[in-house]
Structures are given as C-alpha cells and as structure tokens.
Design a protein around this ligand. Structure first.
Ligand code: NAD
Ligand code: HSO
Ligand code: ZN
Length: 430
C-alpha cells in the first residue's frame, strides 16, 4: 500500500521530511562498484567493456562487436512497420520544431563607454547520448537526446545503449538512424559512461555525456564530471498528480501506473483535497494492475514508493509540490492553469485532465529527459542549451580603455596583482 498522510495530522511535518529523504535506489555499494568499473575501463579499454558487458548484460561483444555497424542501423530502420516509422517521424518533427525555438542567438552591442560587449554560442564538438536499455527499450529517449543535439549543431553525436542478452531493440537503432546519430555502441551501464569519458580503442572520448539511466549510470556520470560535462542526473521516473474531487479516478490511476511501470524505484504520488477520490484512485490502480504486463514492476513501485497526501484545499498543496520538486506534475483540477502558474519547482507541468504525461514522453514536443529526485529545484530538463556553450566577447579601443583603465588599475592594486595593473597602465598615456 502507498503511504497516506493528511496535512493536518500532527506528525505530518516529520513524516513528510522522512518521505522526502527516503532513498529509492542506490545501495551503499553502488559508488564503490562504479569507481571500480571506471578504473577498469580506464586501465583495460575495450577488454574491460567486453568483460563487464558479459557480466552485466550477458552479451559476447567479441562476437557481436562493440560498434553497431551502419548496415545494422540501416537494416533496423528498414525493418520497422510503416505505422511505427510514421509515429517516429511525427514525434521527431514535433520535438525538432519545439527545440528549434530554444536555439539561442548571438549578441554584440556597444555601450556608453564605447566598449563592444557580446556573447557567441557554439556547440560542443562531441556528445555521448546514454540511452537506457536494461529493463525497457526507449526509442523515444533516442529522439529526446539526439534531436536537441542536432538542433544545436553538434558535429559528432555518439550513442551508447546496453544490449542485454545481445539484443538492442530494432526500434532504438531505427530511431538513432532517423535522428542522425553518427556512431552507436552496444555498451551500457557505468562502463559505457567511462568509455565515453576516457575513451577506449574503439570509442573515442566525447566532451559531454547526457541522458537518463539507472543508479549505476547516474553514479558514473557524477564520477566522470569534470573530465567531461554532464546534463542533470535523471534517475528513476516520478509523477505527482494534483487533483480535485471532480477528477477522473481512472485517468489518475492510469497516469500513476504509467510512471510506476518504468522501474520498481519509480515514484507516483497523488495529492488531493478529496479523501473519496483518493479511495477511488487506489481501487482503480488495483484494478488496472490486474491486466498490466509490467504489473510486477508497477505494483512494487506503487507499494514501496507510492504516496497519497490529503490537503484541505489544492492551494495548500503548492508548497508540498515545490518541496517535492517532481520530475512530472499533472494537474487535474478546475483551476489547473492558475495552480500551474503558482508552482516553482517541477521538471515539467502537464495542465488539465487531457494532458497525460505519456504525451510528453513521446509526441508533445517538449523533452522527456527531466530532473528527478528533487533536482528540479536547481536544474532543468534536457534542451538545446545542454549541447551549447557561450563565449563572451569584449573589444575596446584606446578611448574606451582610458575610461575603464583607472578603475581596473585600482582594483589590481588592492588585490596586489601588479602585473595586472601594469598590463592596463602600460597602454595609457602613450
Ligand atoms: N528521467 C528520464 O527521462 C528517464 C527516461 C527513460 C528512462 N528513465 C529511467 O532510466 C532507468 C533505466 O534503467 P535500466 O536499468 O532499465 O537501464 P540502464 O541502461 O540505465 O541500465 C542498464 C545497465 O546497468 C548496468 N547494471 C545493472 N545491474 C548492475 C550491477 N549489479 N552492477 C553494475 N552494473 C549493473 C548494466 O551494465 C546494464 O547495462 C529507469 O530507472 C527509468 O525510470 C528515465
Ligand atoms: N517517462 C520517462 C521519463 O521519466 C520517459 C519515457 C520514455 N518512454 C516512456 N517514458
Ligand atoms: Zn514514461
């Protein structure tokens, strides 16, 4: 059973803090295990990839090859049913159109002192896309990672994806081909992240690694940060549904389970002002679980990490939403727009009963790689800017330097950096 707490109960503050702090994954030995995997890949390169993939993914990469060939990618694209190809094309076009609007523009201007200031955006040279594949295949995640990289103009887009038992879903490879990924490697987990960061004989290193994954992938991304850039750490999926008493219990149950079926560590939360709706949602979840193919995963997630919070009014729920900072927030309420406007911390907001989060997973156009585990308090979902960086530009002439120089010389003096001061003063009074 999910936990159920009422905002007005005396011990709510402590119980809510416990809930926020509860760990959903990452046993204590994940960090050490990941450090050892990274060290192994750094020391033994491809051999480590082969051995680790045999252990964790039951795959013989000596036989299959680490790199997925162009012929395999072409064959995968040719093999998918026409309707599926059309759905992928449709999704890609929508994701592309939305992300094109995120492309930043360069700017330069001359200020009152005659100084030219500006900034210029350039893409990273090479990016590694982690596409998860341990327990489910995610062709949609290929598009969500690769399309913004393409829009940003990244010249080398590399993808890694695990091949459990030697198999990568053809749709994943088809999506990679469709999205213009340049290189694909059948390696997953921490070993794939290490290979992207440090390189092996087969995989050249990249500058930045993006994409979601399990606890091992997340820990590895944290550990290689600094050698390469990373996006946010996106872990097990989450949804928080905020609903009033008139909401559909069936819609809500279906949406809670859509998240729970991702992972036993996924989290689905309902906040409502109606105890009666909460009861109906619990019943509907049980009913739907009976026919769900991934019921074992979804029911474990709902049982171990699910939560129902009861509030007097939905306005009271907003501070709770902000403290949870969910990856996805759905609002099923008469005043959904107004409530949405008041939320400050959420990876993505889905407004109204006709906007299931699953639409955002696939075809809405917004990105589904989003911050989890409360990191929406300080980070954003994947977007074009994750593949770009900004260079600032400054240009002065002699007159402008006369105006700015004295203050710089003064500040250099108080910092006792004489060479700094001289590099400015040497240009003055010539
Ligand atoms: N936030 C998002 O945008 C988003 C999108 C899609 C998926 N997800 C999440 O990504 C995750 C995907 O996880 P997954 O497991 O299916 O795939 P994954 O590709 O992230 O992980 C599989 C890899 O984990 C490694 N591994 C497994 N057990 C290990 C062990 N005991 N020791 C060392 N390495 C081990 C293996 O190398 C394997 O290749 C889920 O939690 C899902 O919810 C998030
Ligand atoms: N809901 C996941 C992000 O939390 C993304 C996804 C991919 N496929 C289906 N769903
Ligand atoms: Zn999903």
């Amino acid at each position: 059973m999910p936990i159920r707490l009422t905002l007005s109960q005396p011990d709510f503050p402590e119980r809510f803090i416990d809930f926020l702090g509860s760990k959903r994954e990452a046993s204590v030995d994940v960090q050490d295990k990941v450090s050892a995997i990274i060290a192994d890949v750094r020391a033994r390169g491809d051999r480590a990839l082969v051995d680790l993939s045999r252990t964790f993914d039951r795959v013989d990469l000596d036989a299959l090859g680490i790199k997925v060939s162009d012929a395999e990618l072409d064959a995968a694209l040719a093999s998918i049913p026409e309707e599926t190809r059309a759905a992928l094309d449709f999704a890609k076009a929508r994701i592309e159109a939305h992300h094109a609007r995120q492309k930043p523009t360069d700017e330069t201007y001359v200020d009152a002192a005659g100084v030219t200031l500006g900034h210029r955006w350039t893409s990273v040279d090479a990016v590694g896309l982690y596409v998860p594949g341990g327990t489910a295949a995610y062709p949609s995640s290929v598009l969500m990672n690769a399309v913004p990289a393409q829009v940003a103009g990244v010249p080398r887009i590399v993808m890694v994806v695990p091949a459990p038992d030697g198999v990568i879903a053809p749709l994943v490879l088809a999506a990679a081909r469709l999205a213009g990924v340049h290189e694909v490697y059948r390696v997953g987990g921490a070993q794939a992240v290490a290979a992207l960061a440090y390189g092996t004989e087969t995989i050249r290193p990249v500058d930045k690694i993006v994409g979601p994954g399990n606890a091992f992938v997340a820990a590895a991304k944290r550990q290689v940060f600094g050698k390469v850039g990373i996006d946010m750490v996106a872990g097990p999926s989450e949804v928080l549904i905020l609903a009033d008493g008139d909401a559909s219990a069936d819609f809500i149950a279906a949406d809670l389970l859509a998240q729970a079926e991702h992972d036993t560590a996924a989290q689905s939360i309902l906040i409502t002002n109606s105890p009666e709706l909460a009861d109906r949602v619990e019943q509907a979840v049980e009913g739907m679980l009976a026919t769900l193919p991934r019921a074992a995963i979804a029911s474990a997630s709902w049982r171990d990490h699910g939560a129902i919070f009861l509030v007097d009014s939905l306005a009271d729920a907003i501070p709770l939403v902000d403290r949870i900072a969910p990856e996805h927030l759905e609002i099923h309420a008469a005043d959904a727009d107004a409530l949405a406007a008041r939320v400050r911390h959420a990876g993505a907001i889905f407004i109204g009963a006709w906007t299931p989060e699953a639409i955002g997973d696939y075809v809405g156009g917004t990105n589904h790689v989003l911050p989890t585990a409360r990191s929406a308090r300080f980070s954003s979902g994947l977007g074009v800017l994750d593949f770009m960086k900004r260079t600032s530009i400054l240009k002065l002439d002699a007159d402008a330097l006369e105006k700015l120089g004295p203050a710089a010389v003064r500040l250099a003096a108080v910092e006792r950096l004489d060479a700094h001061g001289r590099s400015v003063s040497i240009r003055s009074n010539r």
